[in-house]
Design a protein around this ligand. Sequence first.
Ligand code: GAL
Length: 288
Amino acid sequence: VCIYQFADNFMTLYRTDLEEYLKDKGYSVTIVDGKNDQNTQTEQINTFLQQGVDVLIINPVQTTSAQTIVDTIKPSETPIVFINREPEKAVLDSYAGKCCYVGADARQSGTYQGELILETETQGDINGDGKITYIMCKGDPENIDAQYRTEYSIKALEDAGITVECLDDQVGNWATDKGQQIAANALSAHGDKIDVIFCNNDGMALGAAAAITAAGRTVGEDIYLLGVDALEECQEMVKNGTMTGTVLNDHVGQSHKAVDVAVQALNGEAIDNYYWVDYVKVDASYFG
Ligand code: GAL
């Protein structure tokens, strides 16, 4: 298993599930840290090929390198299960039957974020100025999850006929410290004008939550905060109201599907191109 970076909150949960589920099924597994560097990951893949592994589960550092990865692996006929970072369809087609993507449709997570805002008491306009003014904290710009969440969260608001205004839109690369910086700067520049801080993931939302507190603002009273992933600490925050909502990125469902498909492939069965796992909307009502 090649993970793009161990220092990623969500992928840490995901790889722990992968490891447990593979071991439960009686397989031996080695998981390596790509350290967010494609060259490092490419070397790791070459080493795995030399060792003659039966199947590779790959969370690519750069999806733009997926074709090179497939071209490197294909001659050995080793099956590949791409996870979490969706490559182009042409990449999967180039090794059809032996290569697939297991993931969740990021458009759904973006739409759910927008819907969570529409479901608030003020329909997102907490400062009552007639429009939703927002800050967007974005993940890695090359990642389709970041692109779709940014686009579809706002599309859901626009589709509902609401006027929106983006006050600031910054790349935080999924990281908590970046989320904090972006939110802190935006709060000091725009103050009460901000209705919503959208974060492409919970990692950044955790940072934004700290910045919101430091700025003397209160989620649910004078600002809204949204993430994606439903990390345990963020579920707690949604429960106690310090976060407006999040979207469950089902790492258990995805890791189990990835392993099941990998097992199918190593047993010599042909595999499909895509396997999808649903996101789930998480607001206070999720907890009953
Ligand atoms: C996303 C997830 C982020 C980050 C990213 C890594 O699906 O929401 O938190 O883990 O994957 O590619």
